[in-house]
Write a protein that binds this ligand. Sequence first.
Ligand SMILES: Cc1ncc(COP(=O)(O)O)c(C=O)c1O
Length: 330
Amino acid sequence: MSARTLDDLQTPALVVDADSLDHNLATMAAALPGPRMRPHVKAHKCTALARRQAAHGHRTFTCATIREMEGMAAAGLGEDLLLANEVTDARRLGRLDARVTVAVDSAATIDAAAAGGVREVLIDVNVGLPRCGCMPDDAGRLADYARRKGLGVRGVMGYEGHVVGLDDRATRARLCEDSMQLLLAAHRAVGGGVVSAGGTGTFDCNRWATEIQAGSYVLMDTAYAKLGLPFRQALSVLATVISVSAGYAVADCGLKALGMDHGNPTVQGATVWFCSDEHITFAPEPPLRVGDRIRVWPAHIDPTVAYHAEMHLVAGTTVQETWPVDLRGW
Ligand SMILES: Cc1ncc(COP(=O)(O)O)c(C=O)c1O
């Protein structure tokens, strides 16, 4: 049987460029070797890709959902899994054959962890992003409470998500330091060996965390590409032109195949007008014909991947491997 090529793929299809992926994996492993980096699987939701990260020396992982934790444990990647998110029912976590740590930011989530059979927690601290995380001053009290409930407190986490995407590197570094000072103050009250924080945009300026939770670096997107980071855009959506009109063309990659919260995707050599459910309408230069294939570069990788059941690892036009996006769902 001859090798599959891009022409054989049903579109829209997630395509991962093998060279760029290798570059990203190697660049991060050199900058933050082994446990200095706790890759976040929410960006790719794919155990085959997580295995590549493990092969580059990272065997501790960050997850956002219980399903991601279950999938990673079932894939034999459960040496040290952090659920960097609060849950009010931890029973599925307590059943996992893996080292499980869960983020907690309230007495209720500590109670849930203990009741669910989870043994270890990190105190999640609000370092400026109005999302999960306790106030820094409450961290010590919560750690004491967790210990009284019989939980091991490994340390703190605090995601500076309001900082990671800022364009200006100096501002990013300064605000990252402000956030990490809050986290370190909380850590002094909590104890434990772990200070977990960071993302792709702060992977090299966050000098205070003991481990960085970057996820997007491995595939990247057009939003992160603007920051001048040393990672390459490895993931695009292959689409087929299905209609051509005067001045514009339409391809089969719309809102249901793209995360759009960071704005329109990019099509090289074209101006994207808008996306609707199953369509992307764009003005190509030079003109295209029905049946032509294009690459659509998403602005936000995480929600884009979550729309797809599989991703294809491609070298040139040859499809080397097809990986299930097996960590989707909850
Ligand atoms: C808690 C947490 N840590 C780390 C990350 C990694 O982010 P990035 O996509 O910047 O690598 C995220 C992303 O949303 C996150 O929610």
